[in-house]
Design a protein around this ligand. Structure first.
Ligand SMILES: Nc1ncnc2c1ncn2[C@@H]1O[C@H](COP(=O)(O)OP(=O)(O)O)[C@@H](O)[C@H]1O
Ligand SMILES: [Mg+2]
Length: 372
């Protein structure tokens, strides 16, 4: 009996013209490096709105820098790469930038926008999370120590008024001194990091019952009325949550960027999206997402994904924001927090310390990119 080849189906797999998909476009754009960096623009999370139809591609690039040269260079590099893709006839690249043109200095405050910049502090970065217990303070404390070890002048401001855990995690809890004359609070120091926390100002364990405006005022003073000196970075550990209270805090403090800490599970529930929305509402560039408690390695070496897998990375890709890294569950991390010696300090050669350093480097890269 004659065997019949389903001709139609064979032809269907070989279309007459190759049509690139949005993923093909994104893949190709990975060849474009951010001017002056070894990292590509896709992993930096600045490629937005890729559309492709009938051989016409349109891509928009969102810059937080107002530098016109960077914009021009990126536009032409992207066009070159896009036009080289099979099946692309026309490529339209739109680069979106904040106003300011060539004159804008990196990190300079935009007139009439946001709170006053703190003198001497180069970059203020907020660390946020959807709820408590996801490891926001752990990440803040270890990133601060990692940045200090990398030679940065760093301050850590614990704004978690209701549950300040930085004094415990960094192993200091004293009443700060006050400077003569201008009466500024002198930050405490631990592991090379300058620290200020509500915990230092409270009597024992008395609960804090504060009205919103009082909290704002105190936090504003924590940035402006603390004798921070010259800092490359001030990390701000925000209270957990991404609601109105946190949003107002973001408006109180002159922020240069925001980091969101999540567990894989929280990310999959859309909590990260709320954090992103919060920062966007106040025009704070999102420096990236850190996924904490990503997995646990059992004594036999088996990888156990307690809270699911890859939520943070998937959500970062969906939202077009950078993914800074994933931190597994390690007993040493919890122990370091309880002993006042972050794992980056207590076990500098351990795997968790190495991962925190990697995240710190990614964060520094993002800060440079967001400032242009
Ligand atoms: N990756 C991790 N591995 C092990 N324990 C962790 C990890 N991240 C956080 N923890 C522990 O979980 C608890 C909550 O972390 P914490 O940083 O205080 O969370 P948050 O500031 O978000 O409330 C702490 O006891 C901390 O030591
Ligand atoms: Mg905390």
């Amino acid at each position: 009996m004659a065997w019949h080849l389903p001709i139609n189906r064979v032809w269907a797999t070989v279309p007459p013209h190759f049509m690139p998909s949005e993923d093909d476009i994104l893949n190709a754009l990975k060849a474009v490096k951010y001017p002056g960096y070894s990292r590509d623009i896709v992993s930096f999370g600045i490629v937005k709105n890729v559309a492709v139809a009938n051989g016409a591609v349109s891509v928009s690039i969102q810059l937080t820098s107002a530098n016109a040269e960077v914009a021009q260079q990126l536009k032409s590099d992207c066009q070159d790469v896009l036009k080289a893709i099979d099946g692309v006839r026309v490529a339209h690249v739109q680069v979106q930038q904040p106003p300011g043109g060539d004159q804008a200095q990196p990190g300079a405050p935009t007139p009439g926008q946001g709170p006053q910049k703190a003198p001497g502090i180069q970059r203020v970065v907020a660390v946020a999370s959807g709820k408590g217990g996801v490891g926001k303070s752990t990440v803040s404390a270890n990133l601060s120590c990692a940045l200090a070890k990398r030679g940065a002048n760093i301050g850590l401001l614990d704004c978690d008024i209701y549950g300040p855990s930085i004094p415990l995690m960094m192993g200091v809890n004293e009443r700060p001194a006050v400077t003569e004359g201008d009466e500024k609070l002198v930050p405490l120091q631990s592991h090379g990091v300058k620290l200020m926390s509500m915990g230092f100002l409270l009597q024992d364990d008395q609960p804090v019952i504060w009205r919103g405006p009082m909290i704002m005022k105190t936090i504003q003073q924590f940035v402006m009325q603390v004798d921070w000196g010259e800092l490359d970075y001030l990390l701000v550990d925000l209270p957990p949550g991404t609601g109105d209270a946190q949003l107002s805090l973001c408006q109180t403090v002159p922020l240069d960027g925001g980091v969101i800490v999540t567990t894989p599970q929280e990310a999959s529930l859309g909590v990260v999206r709320k954090g992103i929305e919060m920062f966007r509402k106040v025009n704070v560039p999102i420096l990236g997402i850190v996924e904490n408690m990503s997995y646990f390695t059992a004594p036999g070496g088996e990888r156990v994904e307690i809270f699911g897998h890859g939520g943070g990375q998937d959500e970062a890709a969906r939202q077009g924001v950078p993914f800074l890294g994933e931190m597994p569950l390690f007993t040493e991390i919890r122990k370091g927090g309880d002993d006042g010696m972050p794992v980056v300090v207590s076990q500098p050669d351990s795997l968790p310390a190495e991962v925190f350093h990697q995240i710190a480097v990614q964060l520094q890269d993002q800060l440079v990119v967001s400032a242009g």
